[in-house]
Write a protein that binds this ligand. Structure first.
Ligand code: ACM
Ligand code: ZN
Length: 603
């Protein structure tokens, strides 16, 4: 037996997508898994051209909900229900508010032969009920005349109130049109926060009226590094790169997101990651420049000068316009990866340290305390405008600003420390939730990525409540977020490939109670969701459909035992002679025992 040959053959295996039967019956095998789904054997509801959507709460929000539901049903089935009054002979989908549902985003969904009733604690709750119904519908290529919806009772509510996804639009710009698609994608996964990383060393992407050069100069870089910054020789593409959002575009996007119950949390990353702003206003840096909008990836040493009062005014003025555009309670002020090399040499920064007695103390260096001074300044200003500050976990260094919420990205330690200091926390550890990391170990067949390895199953396995916290401290873990840094994602389609289907795994971490999570069951449900991705034209990674093979050798019986797994309960067909498997090849039903050499291929 040549184990080497066997292993080599496995590495070269092909895979096929399973063909999924597209029935005309809905099921409730959706993502994220609802908290309670009770099926009922009684007769189903039949959706057809006579079905109407009725509102029992007549607000603008509910009218919009009804219109979205009509569009979703049409998208899946081709039937577009009218929105109107319940009349005799019609079946109806009834949308209402039920104040007795305790979770503000909770809902119930009940069906019988005459009605589907979706009741939400709020219009947002109704929206999540609508998403559940939408994801339950069979995809009928828009040609169904009727769809049967089994009798069911669903009671559902999210585990976490803050369910976020971040997107970096500085390293690579994402057009406003694509941002709308991104928001639709978040809504499909019951995500309610879009953390918009708008500024960084490589480009300033938000129009600020008081500082027009931020976009006139700061949104443009002369060229961009190619290849991997850590591994390849430094080379540039020679192509100018440009892009920003006008304030009107931002207002429109904020409204579009709000209509889908998504709050946009804007980030102005300070005092580091500011080289694009320094290129526009060099007097804001310690050396006075000149600076260029950065053309490569990494962390620039050039940061805002913390000893210059003009910088504090700049921060206030920028944040003022940001708060005018974004109604979010939280405004993100970054705080990550701020090198202190310039501050150590800068007379103004050192004078500020002296004047404020920010000498090294309690394990924090003087420059870390100076950083805390800057974040506290921003935080106090935001507080004066009625907003809360959120920042990356480096804002712990030098002391947390009062009331600040921490995003724990360098693992979970920062989040644990912040919760123990009674600060709220959003968990977004790079060890589970950085979607710029590889999804597969087969890097030769993956687009270039920053590094790391976060396959779907690892994302799914994340448990955001650290065991180290007491029940009281655990209340400070308000939610979970994944981050999408775009250094190695030059296009929106590429970004989607990195995001999907990991966002589906994220949504279950955010929404579903941990005792209901089951990876195998999740992958079964994911097959339906990816059919909807196909319908919506989303680009997504398909590693889920790979056949995973493991091998044991049995020395007693002198044989090799081959085990295969794939998505959920999908069929695996295989050959042992190296030929391409087809639908009529041998069905894998359990371990294969081999006593002689074979070249396995499976799909
Ligand atoms: C980060 O990844 N620098 C927050
Ligand atoms: Zn300085």
């Amino acid at each position: 037996m040549n184990q080497k040959l066997l292993t080599g053959a496995i590495a070269a295996m092909a895979f096929l997508l399973p063909s999924t039967a597209m029935g005309q019956t809905a099921d409730f095998n959706i993502i994220p898994q609802p908290q309670q789904v009770v099926a009922d054997a009684s007769a189903p509801f039949v959706l057809n051209a006579n079905t109407v959507i009725c509102l029992q709460a007549n607000s603008q929000d509910m009218k919009r909900n009804a219109n979205m539901l009509a569009s979703y049903i049409q998208q899946a089935t081709g039937i577009r229900p009218t929105i109107g009054k319940l009349t005799k002979g019609c079946t109806a989908i009834v949308l209402s508010i039920n104040k007795n549902i305790s979770n503000a985003e909770g809902y119930t969904l009940d069906t019988n032969t005459k009605q589907i009733r979706i009741a939400g604690a709020s219009a947002a709750g109704v929206f999540y009920g609508i998403q559940t119904l939408r994801k339950s519908l069979p995809l009928c290529n828009g040609k169904a005349t009727q769809v049967s919806i089994p009798a069911v009772h669903i009671a559902d509510a999210p585990r976490f109130a803050y369910r976020g996804t971040h997107l970096d639009v500085s390293r690579h710009f994402v057009t406003a049109d694509s941002i709308y698609q991104f928001i639709d994608m978040l809504a499909l996964h019951n995500i309610n926060r879009f953390h918009w990383h708008l500024t960084d060393d490589q480009g300033w992407r938000i129009e600020i009226k008081k500082y027009p050069l931020l976009t006139k100069i700061g949104a443009k870089r002369a060229q961009t590094v190619v290849g991997h910054i850590g591994y390849d020789a430094e080379k540039y593409d020679g192509k100018p790169y440009d892009g920003f959002y006008t304030q009107q575009q931002i207002r429109d996007i904020v409204k579009y997101a709000a209509d889908r119950y998504i709050t946009i949390v804007p980030e102005i990353d300070l005092p580091g990651h500011m080289q694009a702003a320094l290129a526009a206003y060099p007097e804001l840096g310690c050396t006075g420049g000149p600076y260029k909008v950065w053309q490569k990836w990494g962390i620039s040493d050039d940061v805002l000068c913390a000893g210059n009062d003009k910088v504090m005014t700049f921060i206030d003025n920028v944040l003022k316009e940001v708060t005018q555009l974004f109604p979010s309670k939280y405004i993100h002020v970054g705080g990550d990866e701020c090198p202190k090399v310039r501050w150590k040499e800068c007379p103004k920064c050192q004078a500020r340290i002296k004047a404020l007695h920010l000498e090294a103390k309690d394990g924090h260096s003087a420059e870390e305390r100076l950083q805390s001074y800057v974040i506290t300044h921003a935080s106090n200003y935001l507080k004066s405008l009625g907003r809360n500050t959120i920042g990356w976990d480096e804002i712990l260094e030098g002391g947390l600003a009062e009331g600040a919420t921490v995003m724990s990205w360098r693992g979970e330690a920062g989040g644990i420390a912040a919760a123990k200091q009674n600060h709220d926390v959003v968990m977004t550890p790079n060890s589970y939730l950085y979607f710029d990391y590889y999804q597969s170990l087969d890097k030769a067949n993956e687009p270039l990525a920053i590094g790391g390895y976060l396959p779907l199953q690892r994302v799914y396995s994340y448990e955001p409540m650290p065991k180290e916290l007491t029940a009281d401290e655990a209340r400070h873990i308000i939610g979970v977020q994944a981050n999408i840094w775009t250094e190695y994602m030059p296009t929106f389609k590429h970004m989607q490939y990195m995001a999907l289907p990991r966002v589906a795994a994220l949504s279950e971490v955010q929404w579903t109670q941990p005792q209901l999570k089951d990876y195998n069951d999740f992958t079964n449900r994911l097959i339906s969701l990816t059919n909807l991705y196909d319908r919506l034209g989303y680009n997504y990674a398909k590693h889920l459909y790979n056949v995973n093979i493991s091998i044991d050798s049995d020395t007693k019986w002198r044989e090799i035992v081959v085990h295969m797994t794939t998505a959920g309960d999908a069929e695996i067909r295989y050959t042992l002679d190296g030929s391409q498997p087809t639908a009529s090849s041998t069905l894998y039903t359990g371990a294969i025992h081999l006593q002689k050499s074979a070249k396995i291929r499976a799909t």
